[in-house]
Design a protein around this ligand. Structure first.
Ligand code: CU
Ligand code: ZN
Length: 174
């Protein structure tokens, strides 16, 4: 049922955009895995008129606020996911949505995990695209990685907003 509504809404959005006025790609379903390699859920990534939307559906995470970012390398080597590199930053900015010298293209608002360890939410990043060939494409240079951190992002401090360990990772590849 939910999927149906979502489908209808994207169709409506497409119509109101005036017949393919912007790049529309199929939704990309990204599986997120934890340090032990177990799935913690999915992020369905869709191109919208303004950037991309992540429909996040996760479980088994610590309750509370968590940072989520696009990182520059499409690699999720457990357990620390350091292989994903720094934040996706094609414009050479500093970190933080509240930083006057920022943000990185891959910076996004925090999201909240409920007491039962689950989160279902939608996050938008207006600075990236799924359109191949553009510098700010999530598929640029072989792709990127979506990472969830142990702690919240402070939205200000380089290089990564003091968000702590990388607890889940998913590959965004063409
Ligand atoms: Cu991150
Ligand atoms: Zn950043």
């Amino acid at each position: 049922m939910k999927k149906r509504v979502c489908l209808f809404l994207s169709f409506a959005a497409l119509l109101s955009a005036g017949a393919f006025a912007y790049y529309k790609s199929p939704a990309k379903v990204v599986t997120l895995t934890d340090a032990k390699g177990a799935s913690v859920g999915t992020a369905t990534i869709e191109q919208e008129k303004k950037g991309v939307e992540i429909h996040l559906s996760v479980s088994g995470l610590a309750p509370g606020e968590h940072a989520i970012h696009f990182h520059q390398t499409a690699s999720c080597v457990a357990p620390d996911f350091k292989s994903a590199g720094g934040h996706f930053n094609p414009t050479g900015m500093h970190h933080g949505l509240n930083n006057p010298a920022g943000p990185h293209a891959g910076d996004m608002p925090n999201f909240t995990v409920a007491a039962d360890g689950t989160a279902k939410t939608t996050i938008t990043d207006e600075r990236v695209t799924l359109e191949p060939g553009l510098p700010n494409s999530l598929f640029a240079n072989g792709g990127t990685a979506l990472i969830i951190h142990a702690k919240a992002d402070d939205m200000m401090n380089d290089p990564a907003g003091n968000a702590g360990d990388r607890v889940a990772c998913g590959l965004i590849v063409p």
